[in-house]
Design a protein around this ligand. Sequence first.
Ligand code: MG
Length: 382
Amino acid sequence: MSAAAIILAAGEGARARGIVPKQIAPLAGRRVLDWSKRLFCEDSRFDQVIVVTTKEIVAILANDTQFATVTLAEGGASRTASVKKGLDAITRPEPAYVFIHDAARPGVDAECLDALFEALENHAAAAPALPVSDALKRQSEGALANVDRTDLYRVQTPQAFHLSTIREALNNTGNDLVDDLAAVEMQGAGVALTKGSARYNKITYPEDFEIMDALFAATPNIRIGKGFDVHAFEPGDHVTLCGIQIEHTARLKGHSDADVAWHALTDAILGALALGDIGDHFPPSDEKWRGADSGVFLKAAVDMATDRGFSISNCDLTLICEEPKVKPHRKAMRLRTADVTDLPIDAISVKATTTEGLGFTGRREGIAAEAVVTLSSLRSRD
Ligand code: MG
């Protein structure tokens, strides 16, 4: 089922980290808003991501290439008014569902979205919630009264709806609702509560940043992968290394273009993901890959990493051969690899060494390549 996401970032917010509003204050290397934006934009179930924010932030984001695919809308005078503006910004063909999320909850993860999608199969609306664990008191005219916390929940976001249900519900309400579920509840529609988390808490006070920093930093997910490949020489006039054709007195033998460097790099990425090796995904027995550009294999491995929530931090390639000389082509090889992997050039290292005349590379019988990559999760996970 397709969905739209509306990220609410229209509040003025408390002063936090010297920056008003808090939705663009820094958190764990990004702005608070960027975390939610990234979560929804990288989830293929969402056709459209809408950020409803202040005029000033719209002006900032309109020039930000990271937000090029995001619909920007100016907020209204209240939360409900901003939600209505977000709903008005949904484009046709309309999705079945809409997820309405506070930008000030940067810790929401794919697991939370999965549970909400599942709940929407049988309910008109759903939201993550946590049982209240503190004792509750009501203070009135100096006297304290105990409040029974049984069955009480703290409701978080995103709050997820069948689009038609929330539209109809909001058409029949004013603009001063406590949250979006309230509108649907007033219609008597079925609402499900899914598993909430302290990670989904809202940043309200400056000290909340410290708690969120600790949560984000506590569970970094770093992977390392290593790849190794060898191709033998056969008669020919050039070799292909990192997508660059280099004149030589022989060529590398292989089913594809025999780009030994990119094969090692592809295997390193697959290794970090524990997804087998290049032969599993692109078998040499498959005619489809005869003479193939190995950039296709490399790009596919990068996409597999991205699909699993990882980004490549850096890669380090070492070519082992007596000839051809790699050094004059190193920059072109790095640039071409940066192009295919969509990484900055300073994240890509290409080195070369010989084996001092020893072994098969020393006898000029072929080229070996080694690669190491590090992947990190785009966001930390529980
Ligand atoms: Mg190979």
